[in-house]
Design a protein around this ligand. Structure first.
Ligand code: ADP
Ligand code: MG
Length: 369
């Protein structure tokens, strides 16, 4: 652990596949994770996240390809010799032991010098902000505190790699968001290479240095959170991260990086975001809810390249923003979602009202459909 040598690869996944009978749970997955980085594997339920993580942990052997940790093939290393810390949704803490005894357990298993154990346990209790709680029984701790004990137990033997499989999924929202920041803080403090699995896109954006988006067993994109958000590699990623409106049409013209397409008799411009786009082919223009401006009908929206008329179906007050649902007759009666974050204009429009929507072509990503 500690400061990583620049560029050193901690985990290397090469053309890995996993077949359970007829089910191809993971298909031809490849990525390199540099030492000290926090990677999140993000995808819907059943997309192969846990299968990929279990292969990295060495629980399951890939049916094709190979995985290397610090340059060694995983399958060559017996389980008890692997320096991997893990936290799963079921924390699997020992309920009859205290917090301190739980944290000491992996050290005893690994035959650390008994005289050094109390000091290490105290250090990791402090790290997870449970200093002084060592003698509490697990049942006397809150859900969040139990989570912290599980993290300390996974890290106390200084593993090379920390694997997290949806450990926060069962927590309520406030606690989950607090623990996301805790994972991030602890990971930064220790510099331990971490692979986290989640279906929660917000968590992936908040905690990670890198995000791998999976669907149907295949890696869809491997990017920094901001790049996965701003330049999704396909329609699946655009839809899975953030709130995105899709407008379907046919490609009319391509001149890199611009793509022009016809949708319901309108000609729309966007950015060609998919190398498979072809003139005459079906496509979908993707625009995020926060990149659309809303104004009263006839009120201009001056300067925006695309402006369409619509009427308000619904407005939902979410506290820090209002979500408008707008019916757009000129785009085949499309239902578009628009965020308004401006407290000055909050709830300016009511259901039934005539409005117009506008956006910039650079914010519309055009994918093959
Ligand atoms: N042990 C198994 N036997 C058969 N099929 C499995 C097994 N484990 C996972 N699968 C299947 O593989 C696919 C991916 O599962 P999983 O990796 O658990 O997805 P995720 O963690 O993304 O929800 C699913 O279709 C699942 O039903
Ligand atoms: Mg899973």
């Amino acid at each position: 652990m500690g400061a990583a040598t620049a560029g050193e690869i901690a985990v290397s996944v090469k053309n890995v596949g996993m077949k359970f009978g007829a089910v191809q749970a993971v298909k031809n997955a490849s990525f390199d994770l540099p030492k000290g980085r926090f990677l999140t594997i993000l995808g819907p339920s059943g997309s192969g996240k846990t299968t990929l993580l279990r292969m990295i942990a060495g629980f399951d052997r890939p049916t094709s390809g190979e995985i290397f940790i610090s340059g060694r093939p995983v399958s060559a290393v017996p389980a008890h010799q692997r320096a991997i810390g893990m936290v799963f949704q079921k924390l699997a803490l020992f309920p009859h032991m205290t917090a301190g005894e739980n944290i000491a357990f992996p050290l005893k298993m690994r035959r650390h010098d008994a005289r050094t154990i109390p000091e290490k346990v105290e250090k990791y209790l402090e790290l997870v902000r449970l200093g002084g709680y060592g003698s509490r029984r697990i049942g006397e701790l809150s859900g969040g505190q139990q989570q912290r004990v599980a993290i300390a137990r996974a890290l106390v033997f200084e593993p090379d790699l920390l694997l997290l499989d949806e450990p926060l999924a069962a927590l309520d929202r406030k606690l989950r968001e607090e623990m996301q920041l805790e994972f991030r803080r602890i990971q930064k403090e220790l510099g331990v290479t971490t692979i986290n699995v989640t279906h929660d896109q917000r968590e992936a954006l908040v905690v990670s240095d890198e995000v791998i988006v999976m669907n149907g067993g295949e890696i869809q994109q491997n990017a920094r959170p901001i790049d996965a958000y701003r330049t999704p590699s396909n329609a699946f990623v655009a839809n899975f991260i953030g709130v995105t409106n899709f407008i379907e049409g046919k490609v009319a013209a391509l001149s890199t990086p611009a793509a022009v397409f016809d949708a319901h008799g309108m000609r729309l411009s966007g950015v060609a975001a998919d190398p498979k786009l072809a003139i005459g082919g079906s496509c979908a223009g993707a625009i995020r809810a926060e990149q659309i401006r809303i104004a009263a009908r006839g009120n201009g929206l001056v300067g925006l390249e695309t402006v369409v008329d619509g009427h308000v179906l619904d407005c939902i007050f979410e506290g820090e923003r209002v979500v408008y649902e707008i019916r757009v007759p000129g785009l085949g009666d499309a239902l578009m979602r628009v965020f308004d974050h401006d407290p000055e204009t909050h709830l300016q429009f009511s259901p039934g009202e005539e409005v117009c929507l506008g956006w910039n072509a650079r914010d519309m990503h055009v994918f093959q459909k």
